[in-house]
Ligand binder design. Structure first.
Ligand SMILES: [Zn+2]
Length: 403
């Protein structure tokens, strides 16, 4: 079980497989792949001499496009009582955890993801505790630094410092730096706008949770609910037209909906929101198990895909239900009627695109990192369906030939 991750020290690879998942989630039969120095150099027909992996589906390494690795130390919070109470409980529990415990849990979660073929993550970090584990594994991915601050002033300075920090840390681990204002209700308009501007000007990735839960929708669409009270207590500015603008529309108004921006969740996005995200070129990352755990939420991925939006899949964190397992989330989408082809596409190239890593990983194309997974799909049946769901399928590791 496993995968292999590209590395400058990685030996040259020359393999062939009965099946391969090519860009656009095209299923190709009898495909060979060569790599050198951890980078794919050729994908095409076998020329002879390749090591035969047999009846496997060779895919790009899987992409977990939204995860909080360092929250893995905490047990699931109680979902009853609504999101706001859940989130406050989480904040307290995280504050009481030692950095060492967070780092250790991050390493364990990463190992579990890695074992099921994940080679790339979109890590949202609050404390920075997961950096060492990511660097040690040579994972591809985007390192998002979180920002939470509802006070109306000081956003610009805070963004500047956070961007510098994200860049310095990401460089140490070979990751792409990113900015992640927590959510439309937990940052000021000024901070969110400034983060979007800095990300666009400096080539940092940009993502934000939005339209995730009912408390958030109550605040934005109806101007009421626990988040409104909490924001008042914390000295937040009033949301412009509070009670009449959706979180996604709010993002657009502050300039945070653009090509390259990624919206995490979008569970309660309206048809109008979906149209707006598509027109602006924003991507969406859905977290099926997390949405179900906290809200019993409708994760209508088909309508996002029908609209032509790039959709990735994230595991979020064990705090919002479940284990660090991308394959569980892939199966959760399958249970909701998403096709295996769309699921595999979301779990590879679309996830990479949502992280700002299109062409770098998530695709079997020359020039991309040779981050690969291989699923033992047997000799009969649909290899794509088998890779997502069939209990007999497993992730197999084509052993790296000795250097
Ligand atoms: Zn999250």
């Amino acid at each position: 079980v496993g995968h292999f991750v590209s590395d400058r020290r990685a030996p040259a690879l020359s393999v062939k497989a009965r099946w391969a998942l090519l860009p656009g989630a095209i299923l190709a039969e009898n495909t060979a792949l060569d790599s050198a120095g951890g980078v794919i150099t050729r994908v095409g027909r076998p020329r002879g001499g390749e090591r035969d992996l047999g009846d496997v589906l060779l895919t790009p390494g899987l992409v977990d496009a939204h995860v909080h690795l360092e929250l893995s130390a905490l047990r699931p919070g109680r979902a009853s009582g609504g999101f706001t109470r859940w989130a406050l409980g989480l904040a307290v529990r995280r504050a009481l955890s030692s950095r060492a415990a967070l780092a250790e849990a991050a390493a364990e979660a990463l190992e579990a993801l890695s074992a099921e073929g994940v080679t790339c993550v979109g890590e949202l970090t609050t404390t920075g505790a997961s950096l060492r584990a990511l660097a040690a594994r040579g994972m591809a991915g985007t390192w998002y630094r979180e920002m939470i601050d509802v006070r109306p002033t000081g956003g610009r300075e805070r963004v500047r410092k956070t961007a510098a920090r994200s860049e310095a840390e990401a460089r140490r681990a070979g990751l792409k730096p990113g900015l992640f204002p927590h959510a439309p209700y937990s940052v000021s308009a000024g901070l969110c706008a400034s983060a979007a501007r800095v990300a666009r000007a400096s080539g940092l990735a940009f993502a934000i949770h939005a339209a995730e839960h009912r408390d958030e929708m109550d605040l934005f669409l109806r101007g009421r609910g626990p988040l409104r009270h909490l924001r008042r207590l914390l000295g937040a500015e009033r949301i412009g037209r509070e009670g009449r603008v959706s979180p996604v529309e709010w993002l657009d108004r502050v300039g945070a909906l653009f090509e390259g921006a990624t919206i995490v969740h979008a569970t309660y996005a309206s048809e109008r929101d979906v149209g707006l995200m598509r027109r602006r070129g924003a991507s969406v990352v859905v977290c099926p198990r997390s949405a179900t755990y906290l809200e019993g939420g409708p994760v209508d991925v088909q309508r996002l895909l029908r609209a032509g939006i790039t959709v990735g899949i994230g595991t979020d964190s064990p705090v919002s239900g479940g284990t660090p397992s991308l394959r569980e989330d892939m199966r959760a989408l399958e249970a909701r009627g998403v096709s295996p082809r769309e699921i595999l596409r979301a779990a590879t190239e679309s996830g990479a695109a949502a992280l700002g890593l299109a062409g770098t990983t998530g695709s079997l194309v020359p020039g991309a990192r040779a981050d690969l997974s291989a699923f033992d799909v047997g000799v009969s049946g649909d290899p794509l369906a088998c890779a997502v769901s069939d209990a007999r399928s497993r992730t197999v590791m084509p052993a790296i030939p000795p250097a």
